[in-house]
Design a protein around this ligand. Structure first.
Ligand SMILES: CC(C)(COP(=O)(O)OP(=O)(O)OC[C@H]1O[C@@H](n2cnc3c(N)ncnc32)[C@H](O)[C@@H]1OP(=O)(O)O)[C@@H](O)C(=O)NCCC(=O)NCCS
Length: 157
């Protein structure tokens, strides 16, 4: 097995689309992937030789609220500490790039059954004593759909 290294801000839209599909997430059209990555704050990728085998990214305001999205490791590379290394890098980036001494938080919505993976890195499940459930609202933007890549559909995450 070749060494795995974690690389900053090296995630290309084609790898983002491929890894999302391999992780069972929904297919993202190229145009949407490009815009999403351009508007994000930071990405961490796991590189094995010249292949990206895992990824995660930070979105948010970069000061008070950081959000983790799209953590995914190729199935054949799972269970080797790569996901943990990616999330650890995302956390260290958020800590190092928040205002010194400020209070900030990193949020995420865990995929079903993946809560223990994040709990091991200090994330707390909602709802709890002082907070209700996390919530999302999905929508389809008006206008014509972006062009599909024709790769597959994934599971809707
Ligand atoms: C979730 C995911 C990123 C984990 O990546 P990974 O590289 O397999 O995880 P790691 O090997 O780094 O595991 C780190 C620790 O979490 C634990 N862990 C990983 N997945 C777990 C799970 N589903 N339940 C409980 N513990 C889990 C590991 O046992 C390990 O524990 P340790 O530090 O005590 O040894 C990976 O399984 C994945 O890509 N899944 C499909 C996509 C997905 O669901 N992403 C999450 C979106 S929120």
């Amino acid at each position: 097995m070749e060494d795995i290294i974690i690389v900053d801000n090296n995630l290309k839209p084609e790898d983002f689309i491929r890894l999302r599909l391999e992780a069972g997430f929904m297919e993202t059209p190229m145009e949407q992937a490009e815009k999403a990555l351009a508007n994000g704050l930071f990405t961490a990728s796991a590189l094995c030789g010249d292949k990206i085998v895992g990824m995660g990214r930070l979105i948010g305001d970069g000061a008070m609220y950081w959000y983790i999205q799209d953590v995914a490791v190729m199935p054949e590379y799972q269970g080797r500490g790569i996901g943990k290394a990616i999330v650890t890098r995302l956390i260290s980036y958020a800590e190092a790039n928040s205002l010194p001494g400020s209070k900030a938080s990193i949020g995420l919505i865990a995929a079903k059954g993946k809560e223990p993976f994040y709990e091991k890195m200090g994330f707390t499940k909602h709802p709890h004593d002082i907070s209700g459930a996390g919530m999302t609202r999905k929508f389809i933007a008006p206008g014509n759909e972006p062009k599909p890549n024709g790769l597959g559909l994934g599971n809707g995450r």
